[in-house]
Design a protein around this ligand. Sequence first.
Ligand SMILES: Nc1ncnc2c1ncn2[C@@H]1O[C@H](COP(=O)(O)OP(=O)(O)O)[C@@H](O)[C@H]1O
Ligand SMILES: CC(C)(COP(=O)(O)O)[C@@H](O)C(=O)NCCC(=O)O
Ligand SMILES: [K+]
Length: 255
Amino acid sequence: MVLLFDVGNTHTTIALTREGKEFEKYRISTSKYETEDELYAFLKSFFKDYVENLPIVVSSVVPSVNVVFEYFAQKYGNGEVYFVRAQDYDKIIWNVHYPKEIGADRVCDVIAAKKDYGNNCIVIDYGTAITIEVLRDGVYEGGAIMPGFAMMVNALFKGTAKLPLVELKPYPTFIGKDTESNIQIGAINATIGAVKYVIEHIVKEFREAPRIIHTGGQSVFVKNIVDGIIDKDLTLRGMYYFYEEKKNTARKPLD
Ligand SMILES: Nc1ncnc2c1ncn2[C@@H]1O[C@H](COP(=O)(O)OP(=O)(O)O)[C@@H](O)[C@H]1O
Ligand SMILES: CC(C)(COP(=O)(O)O)[C@@H](O)C(=O)NCCC(=O)O
Ligand SMILES: [K+]
């Protein structure tokens, strides 16, 4: 059994898995824990199974909480903590200027896409930010980062006197008749359009048609709107594959 912690800027997904196929998972706000004991309290309230003395894998794009997992591994784990980093995964060529810069969530998405969908994929992950990954002939070529749907709505709310925060959902038509629908069209429909635009241009760089995979907390927004498949557990599987590659090479926490 392995404990996975997918730490995003909005949510941390905690998952227990045996072989990286099935995941018992829970989602908490990343802002809700600052110590290993607080984190452990969440796990004890969620999992019925024994979650102590396990190796832990962390995909974190929030450096300030990384130390919590070091302490967690020491106090509640088996002492093994694996932080996902591109530079530690040499089964993929990271053909970008600075592989160390790539967000761990993006690394996980690429690892899982290659293993589960092949060498030619475009992965879009809809979270706080929307990330786009390009895997061509088995090589990671880079991608794009866009504001997420909530960030777009928040920007209008924070940047204006009168615009409200609206419910995050695409609007069924494209001519809004009230402020809420105007914002949903401009912040959500238009962001989906931007994703489609970037994908169109990336596809032209491929010789053969790439697989298109959508993942992340808000991937449901593009269902039946953008070509491709929705795979909600892609990041978690990427974390597990990273662990399979690196297990038994963990350094002791706080070394
Ligand atoms: N069970 C859920 N509870 C709350 N929000 C959810 C849930 N499932 C998906 N979401 C959506 O996922 C978003 C967070 O997506 P996520 O990919 O976890 O972001 P990040 O990785 O940037 O933290 C939330 O803002 C919400 O819109
Ligand atoms: C782009 C991201 C903020 C997305 O994170 P998330 O939306 O999951 O919170 C994250 O992948 C990140 O911090 N990346 C580092 C910069 C880069 O990947 O080039
Ligand atoms: K993400």
